[in-house]
Design a protein around this ligand. Structure first.
Ligand code: ADP
Ligand code: ADP
Ligand code: ZN
Length: 213
């Protein structure tokens, strides 16, 4: 089963992808997480990506596509995967499609997590992430048991560099301009499903399970 998560930055793609991954035993592939790991490790890829990310812009397609195709060619991806944050442009979606076509495969589900722009800034300003294990929390909506500390691994939670309100606004513009057209792209392929992302995490997850079953 191959799943693509669509939705604005902060819509809850990562939160839901993590739950789907656990439920169905599929790898959760987040291009944002891969970039952040590379930045932390100081790789060339990380150095190249950082400027774009901090500015709220997309990392160029060529670099992103190469990285993603390499990742999905891994052995652990043979039974499918969940893509979170990829594709983000039509050329990225076409590149993925082209590669899948060679294997006689296709994306089975594209799940659009819908959250209006008005809710997004609040989502992002309260987001706290674990730099060690990648778990995501929200100060108000999904607080950790102990303030500032990851439930999963005990590391200190951090604010993402690109979650400042100015950068979030820029990222939303980029989303509407470059990523939203993917909704129509997957609709035409007949695999698009929409869920209300303003509901509670568990209700959104129920809706997704109903789609996947
Ligand atoms: P969010 O969870 O808020 O949607 P991500 O963690 O997915 O954010 O992405 C963070 C940043 O990483 C993006 O703003 C962009 O700069 C870069 N990035 C992630 N995925 C892609 C992609 N598929 N194409 C281009 N840039 C990407
Ligand atoms: P994305 O991967 O789409 O950028 P995240 O999964 O990181 O989104 O979620 C963005 C923020 O909103 C995080 O702080 C997360 O804890 C919180 N969040 C996710 N889903 C919900 C929800 N259904 N209701 C309230 N807050 C949520
Ligand atoms: Zn952690």
């Amino acid at each position: 089963m191959k799943i693509v998560m669509l939705g604005a930055p902060g819509a809850g793609k990562g939160t839901q992808a993590e739950k789907i991954a656990a439920e169905y035993g599929l790898p959760h592939i987040s291009t944002g997480d891969i970039f952040r790991k590379n930045i932390k490790e100081g790789t060339d890829l990380g150095k190249e990506a950082k400027g774009y990310m901090d500015a709220g812009k997309l990392v160029p397609d060529e670099l992103t596509v190469r990285m993603l195709l390499d990742r999905v060619s891994g052995d652990d991806c043979r039974g499918g995967y969940i893509l979170d944050g990829f594709p983000r442009t039509i050329p990225q979606a076409e590149a993925l499609d082209g590669e899948l076509k060679k294997l006689g495969e296709d994306i089975d589900f594209a799940i659009d997590v819908e959250v209006p722009d008005e809710n997004i800034v609040k989502r992002m300003s309260g987001r706290r992430a674990c730099p060690k294990c990648g778990a995501t929390y929200h100060l108000e909506f999904i607080p950790p048991k102990k303030e500032g500390i990851c439930d999963e691994c005990g590391a200190e939670l951090t604010i993402r560099d690109d979650d400042k309100p100015e950068t979030v606004k820029k990222r939303l513009d980029v989303y509407h301009d470059q990523t939203q057209p993917l909704i129509e792209f997957y609709e035409k392929k007949g695999v698009l499903h929409t869920v209300d992302g303003t509901a509670d995490v568990s209700d959104v997850f129920e809706a997704i399970k109903n789609i996947l079953k």
